[in-house]
Design a binder for this molecule. Structure first.
Ligand SMILES: Cc1ncc(COP(=O)(O)O)c(C=O)c1O
Length: 386
């Protein structure tokens, strides 16, 4: 068996949770959440982090924050991403605009982003796909010049860098997921990060029903109280929001997992290099842009669009009990999904040929710390035997 992830919650994690529980602590969001947020901010190199219950919730409140800042209009998103990146845009009343990906890093091609920009573009919600860096200086300069906000989805790329700086520290807001198979896990969980104080205060409130008391800024609390002085200061709701908090248990796990994140990432990168060395480049793509990458999973991408070969690959993987997902992490081209039917015309997905290639002719298989070289060789031998 070659699973997508193995042994992500260790005995040491479990011991940590048990010791913590024995202190009979408060389990809902409290001091451990604060400690995890501070440690995460330090690791990432940002001022503020807000721990939430999933990467999707991180997406949701990030875009909700843009809406509550009074923004309206278009947000550019990739067709190769997770559903919640696009759903959060729609749910907050923005119009999603799409830009095709670049096959060398599976993120949106900067040229396609620039072509998609209109006078109504308010933000680019960029996904760093599968551990690859999706930023370029050209893109950062272009967005800055036009005052277009960058939001980074780093849910699949913890620890990856651009120009030696961690991804997630470039945009106004960035998002991480700690779901089970990601670089580190709190079972379910996510983080929203920013350097901007005003955005941070908003995100804190948005995480907890829109409650003003969640703000750590007294002047915000005072100004709401002044406006609504007949209300109980404990129950003033600034925004029509959600409850996407995590728990102290998630934070205890996160703090412990964070200690080994960098070492795990190193091991996963070594695995990736060994995998690429052993994969048959006549059949599969191996020329990725690896600079600054922090691998999430092995990408298996056919060089040529060939449905017969695709079916053969799936058969040999299934027979060898190698777990895989077709279409990369989000299941391929989001534009083909039912939830977008009322937003785009039939066949619109054909305008995104690189994403279409991944949709039909690409998979990922598991890469994690502890995966032995001999197992990686087995996976490559199986793939090469097609
Ligand atoms: C790019 C991306 N964004 C968001 C998410 C959502 O994260 P979660 O599963 O924690 O809700 C995922 C999930 O894997 C993802 O890959």
């Amino acid at each position: 068996m070659y699973p997508l992830m193995h042994n992500n919650i260790t005995d040491e994690d479990i011991d940590c949770l048990i010791s913590f529980l024995r202190t009979k602590p408060k389990l809902t969001q409290g001091d451990k959440v604060k400690e995890f947020e501070e440690s995460w901010s330090e690791w990432l190199g940002v001022k503020y982090s807000v721990f939430v219950n999933s990467g999707s919730s991180a997406n949701l409140i990030s875009i909700a924050a843009l809406k509550e800042k009074g923004l309206q209009g278009e947000i550019i998103v990739p067709p190769l991403t997770w559903v919640s990146d696009i759903a959060s845009v729609i749910q907050n009343g923005f119009t999603p605009k799409f830009a095709d990906i670049d096959l060398k890093n599976l993120s949106m091609d900067p040229k396609k982003i620039m072509e998609a920009v209109t006078v109504d573009t308010r933000a680019v919600f960029l996904t760093h796909v599968q551990g690859f860096n999706g930023l370029s200086q050209e893109l950062l300069d272009f967005l800055e010049e036009r005052e277009i906000i960058l939001i980074e989805d780093v849910c699949e790329s913890h620890g990856a860098t651009f120009q030696s700086k961690k991804l997630g520290s470039f945009g106004l807001i960035s998002n991480f997921s700690f779901y089970y198979a990601h670089h580190m896990s709190t079972i379910e969980g996510g983080m929203v990060c920013t350097d901007d104080e005003e955005t941070y205060q908003m995100l804190r409130m948005l995480r907890s029903h829109g409650l003003v008391r969640e703000s750590t800024d007294d002047s915000i609390k005072e100004s709401y109280l002044k406006e609504s002085n007949e209300l109980n200061s404990q129950f003033i709701f600034a925004f029509p929001s959600y409850n996407v908090r995590n728990t102290e248990l998630g934070a205890v796990l996160g703090l412990n997992q964070l200690k080994r994140l960098d070492d795990n990432n190193k091991a996963r990168t070594e695995n990736l290099l060994y995998f690429l060395d052993n994969l048959d480049k006549n059949i599969y793509k191996v020329d990725f842009d690896l600079e600054g990458s922090s691998n999430y999973a092995f990408n298996v991408i056919l060089n040529e669009p060939d449905f017969i070969l695709r079916n053969k690959v799936e058969n040999i993987l299934t027979n060898a009990e190698i777990e895989f997902r077709r279409g990369s992490a989000g299941g391929g081209n989001q534009l083909r999904q039912p939830y977008l039917k009322s937003f785009i015309p039939e066949g619109y997905w054909n305008n995104f040929p690189n994403t279409e290639h991944i949709h039909h002719f690409a998979w990922y298989v598991g890469n994690y710390n502890g995966l032995s070289k001999s197992k990686i060789k087995d996976i490559c031998d199986t793939l090469n035997s097609v």
